[in-house]
Design a protein around this ligand. Sequence first.
Ligand SMILES: Nc1ncnc2c1ncn2[C@@H]1O[C@H](COP(=O)(O)OP(=O)(O)OP(=O)(O)O)[C@@H](O)[C@H]1O
Length: 318
Amino acid sequence: MDEPSEGEGDAVIATRALTKRYRGGQLAVDGLDLTVPAGSVFGFLGPNGSGKTTTIRMLMGLIEPTSGTAAVLGRPMPGAARAVVPWVGALIEGPALYGHLSGRDNLLRYDAADPTADPRTRRERVASALDRVGLTAAATKKAKAYSLGMKQRLGLAAALLQPRRLLVLDEPTNGLDPQGMREIRTLVRELASDGTTVFLSSHLLDEIDQVCTHAAVMAQGRLIVQGSVADLAAGVRGRLVVTTPDTTDAARVLKEQGAADVVTAEDRVTAQPPGHDLAEVNAALVAAGVRVRGFGLERASLEDAFVALTGEGFDVAG
Ligand SMILES: Nc1ncnc2c1ncn2[C@@H]1O[C@H](COP(=O)(O)OP(=O)(O)OP(=O)(O)O)[C@@H](O)[C@H]1O
């Protein structure tokens, strides 16, 4: 089968007015125009119920859109699913594993279910996939004895048995402890450094900020914004941070100066900076007798960008 070529502008995923209305009438995805550049680690961000899983299921050809189009690796979905899906590794809603089988036997079985996989090279493929996700030492352990993070990594190993152009990971760190989350993040970075495009959904803004080069934000089935994480944060001023022992007075002066969202924590007062010259704000603090130890702007995070774009915090229900 021909290797699918990427579409115009090197987009690995491109949707136009993609829309899904479920039979019950629920409009889960509403006119989505998504562009995922080749080689990106693309974070698909939104609270629970915002339409992420529905979008992923349309991209993978598992459900039909109500209207609009989706192209993956330059080919229309679901029409070209047979040509496209072999190049896409997916981890959606947790891997299906046999608990009584070892990690290695799970992968051998998974590989055997793939009619295109050459049985003569099966053991090597499985060994190299186990190695990539750091499970070689635990390969003979039963999967039911694996931690949740190890199960997720085994699921990723299954997605990596064949060479992939795109990895689609739906909430890959959901339910993991901080250590498990770090392991998955590190793995995602490694996979991306090999040139594989990674599309991952998450409801954790911080996670997207840490691993993604690009992001799109969904809310109630609609796209709020998309672009490179650097661009999203660049148009936004970071928070003003004042370090001082006189936090109460500092907070009062900052409010008088027009700063918004003033927050005090220990010896720091942070705020959204007012529009006028920050030198005046600093002078006002000093004139009011505030002993200023530190004064400056923090780099804007994706969360600051989100607040600036929507006028509200990224509040995740559930
Ligand atoms: N099979 C279905 N039939 C009817 N409505 C559905 C179906 N699947 C999802 N929905 C609804 O569509 C909306 C979007 O759900 P979706 O699962 O795509 O969101 P999500 O952002 O992936 O959230 P989560 O992280 O909770 O999966 C929700 O209101 C959900 O209740």
